[in-house]
Ligand binder design. Structure first.
Ligand SMILES: Cc1ncc(COP(=O)(O)O)c(C=O)c1O
Length: 484
């Protein structure tokens, strides 16, 4: 009879084959397996070593054993970007506008925008919840609510904040029309035209549009595709520039690269910014979409001592982007943000707020999130494999710590803009070209972002094949020319 470690290794192998654990998932800990199955720690470790030797799992320092991504094993992550120690105006780009407008068209394959397909959203339950909220609160639904938002929703958010590492009260929140309005209010509350905002690079293009609209400038901070920003560079920028009004970061499952800052980095980040008296605008819109098997990452706000961290979130990436319900915890900028909110839109529409509040209270939001995380991890894996199969061998693909976005990097002289234009005009496939993720549109011209927020159907498989063909065709002549 086989020894215990072999039997255990076989069982785990079968579970991996049956996709009980997906590539990237953390396997149960050595301790858990030992306790649950009555093995010694040594036996379990031995079993893991066998799986490691077969290339099925990988050990990560102080974290455990993870299922390896077989087809993606050889694909490199995107290259680390560089800090540009120069304050830049954001250039207006019709491309950004085009990406957003066309991204929601029914007639294109939507690989461009970070939106979830309606097949993933709890549309039926939301419709029922909206109907019952309208019946239950007829007065509130028809009337204009307070500028800070409906208390029922702020209560639900305050309860959820414990899981983010924060102790917040309903009065700490202001409800907004999506995270977009929250970002707008935060930037207006902390800055004057001409001020500098420190952003990660590449960064979410919507932020750049708001910054441009407010007459602000940016300094783009280097990012590592796994670790995120470098605090040394941040400190350097804080020392060099004296009109820094804020640092704006997506701290968990960032857009577009998908990294999450470690808890330690978040702590040091808050300390460093406090030393320079610079507020942090923390966009946590993807925080609930961490990898299914990991814990909900904390927010940097959890280390805030004096209200200088402005936390932002939204239900656009988890429940329904059409509801346009987001929120902001403005910290010490609360009164200013409330004033600005009132002056901008008076209040957020009541019915979407009541719908979200009721869904959080009665609609099994957490069960929905658990399903959604697992579904998205699977889609990210399937899209990544399809890209790995259909794109030139030198293609680099990000490995997001959650969420549903992929950042694709091709060879340096590749023109992603040309690719995006041809994909759209000839094949009605929308991808987001890399240059819209930088201030002046001159960087990341060899990159693009792909959204995996839809089920990977034959329509998407075909679209990836087409874009891969376009990429291979553009790469081939260049490689030949270079080799001459
Ligand atoms: C990082 C980030 N922040 C904010 C937003 C805007 O969110 P909302 O749709 O809630 O306005 C998005 C949308 O893609 C995003 O990716």
């Amino acid at each position: 009879m086989d020894p215990s470690y072999q039997l255990l290794a076989d069982k785990l192998h079968r579970q991996i084959d049956a996709r009980t654990y997906l590539p990237g998932d953390r396997l149960p800990s050595v301790r858990e397996l030992a306790k649950d199955h009555g093995f010694s720690l040594e036996t379990v470790l031995h079993a893991f070593r066998l799986l490691e030797n077969k290339g099925l799992v990988e050990a990560r320092v102080r974290s455990g054993f993870y299922v390896r991504e077989p087809r993606l094993r050889l694909i490199a992550a995107p290259t680390k970007t560089q800090t540009i120690f120069r304050a830049k105006d954001v250039a207006v780009s019709s491309l950004r506008h085009q990406t957003v407008t066309l991204g929601t068209s029914k007639h294109v394959v939507p690989l461009g925008l970070s939106l979830l397909g309606s097949e993933v959203l709890p549309v039926r339950k939301l419709a029922q919840t909206a109907a019952s909220a309208a019946r239950r609160y007829p007065g509130e639904t028809s009337n204009q609510g307070p500028p800070a938002g409906i208390e029922l929703l702020r209560q639900q958010l305050a309860q959820r904040a414990n899981a983010w590492g924060c102790f917040l009260s309903p009065d700490d929140f202001v409800i907004t029309c999506g995270a977009s309005e929250a970002l707008h209010l935060a930037l207006r509350a902390v800055s004057q035209p001409g001020d500098i905002i420190l952003v990660e690079s590449p960064t979410y293009f919507g932020v750049l549009e708001i910054i441009q609209g407010l007459g602000l400038r940016v300094v783009e901070l280097a990012t590592d595709p796994v670790q995120g920003i470098d605090l040394g560079d941040l400190e350097n920028a804080l020392q060099r520039f004296n009109r820094v009004a804020a640092c704006l970061l997506v701290t968990n499952c960032s857009n577009p690269l998908g990294y999450s800052l470690s808890t330690k980095t978040k702590h040091n980040l808050v300390r460093l910014l406090a030393k320079f008296g610079v507020p942090l605008i923390e966009d946590d819109i993807f925080g609930e979409l961490h990898r299914p098997e990991t814990e909900r990452p904390k927010v940097a706000k959890s280390f805030d001592q004096d209200g200088s961290v402005i936390l932002i979130g939204s239900f656009s990436k988890t429940l329904a982007p059409g509801l346009r319900v987001g929120w902001i915890v403005p910290g010490k900028f609360h009164d200013r943000v409330l004033e600005l909110k009132s002056a901008t839109s008076l209040a957020t529409p009541s019915l979407p707020q009541l719908t979200v509040a009721e869904f959080l209270k009665f609609g099994s939001f957490d069960a929905h999130l658990r399903r959604l995380r697992k579904f998205l991890a699977e889609q990210v894996y399937r899209f990544s494999c399809a890209i790995a199969e259909n794109f030139p061998a030198s293609t680099r693909i990000s490995r997001p710590s959650g969420g549903f976005l992929l950042w694709i990097e091709l060879e340096e002289d590749f023109d992603a803009l040309e690719l995006a234009a041809e994909a759209l005009n000839r094949f009605r496939i929308a991808v987001a070209p890399g240059n819209i993720f930088s201030a002046t549109g001159e960087r990341y011209t060899n990159c693009f972002r792909v959204s995996c927020g839809h089920a990977f159907s034959p329509r998407f498989a075909e679209a990836i094949q087409t874009v891969g063909r376009l990429a291979a065709r553009s790469s081939a002549p260049r490689r030949m020319a270079n080799s001459r």
